[in-house]
Design a protein around this ligand. Sequence first.
Ligand SMILES: C[S@@+](CC[C@H](N)C(=O)[O-])C[C@H]1O[C@@H](n2cnc3c(N)ncnc32)[C@H](O)[C@@H]1O
Length: 259
Amino acid sequence: MLLDLAHWLVQPAPVAARRLGYVGESVRLASRSRRCRAAWAPHLAAAKDAVRAAIEGLDRHDTAVVLGAGLLDDVPIDTLATAFRRVVLVDAVHPWRGRWRARHHRNVERLTHDLSGTQDLLLGRGDALGPALPDICREADLVVSANLLSQLPILPVARLEAAGRLGPWTDADAFGHGIVAAHLDALAGLPARICLVTDRDETEEARDGRAIARIDLLYGVDPGPAPRAWDWVLAPFGEAARDRRLVHRVSAWPDWRPA
Ligand SMILES: C[S@@+](CC[C@H](N)C(=O)[O-])C[C@H]1O[C@@H](n2cnc3c(N)ncnc32)[C@H](O)[C@@H]1O
């Protein structure tokens, strides 16, 4: 807990990212990924493998953009930095662990950007959703959405639930649906190859394998049938609860196209 507080204080991040909770989320993610290293290893390896597959057969290797780069746990940064002239990592927060992992690559840049399009709305600066993607995505040959999609609605939806209204939005599910759909619509409009890796649902399981609860993490948005899928044991027994574990179903598309 104290270590998390220390990490929160030293995270290099804009004030808005702190106020909106992105720094806290990033610190909690880093702590959990350390505690659950063994349980997460197969998921992280499969996600990296999907990104490597996305590079195969590309005509141009000028610019790659990674959306939701974060800790670079699930991103093969060395492979990307070798394969492309320029790699742009985009996230609301660029934690020290991600910076450390990319430190040897002079062609890796960081861009701090809100990818949910809700930042102004959440800060009370307007009613409209902002652009979901930064302009650099239009120049890219490869855009990777790296375990980001299901994360985009989490903090904005929690804010709406706490406030009861955000601009024109009052329905949390519709808001969550809108954020997830806007990300996919924006990806679909890009000329680049799109590599999409995302968890789609969460199952709470008992020790005897019974499913106790299931949540659709994408608010009813369906990115289509996936060529790759696997289970990610997000919280093994003892992490969130002694006799329960949380398992996420992940899908990956090295070359995603809208259905
Ligand atoms: C589950 S992590 C993805 C894993 C990440 N690729 C890694 O290896 O650490 C989700 C990432 O999305 C970022 N994120 C969540 N909401 C965001 C937003 N609205 N704008 C930009 N980044 C966001 C988080 O900061 C976090 O780094």
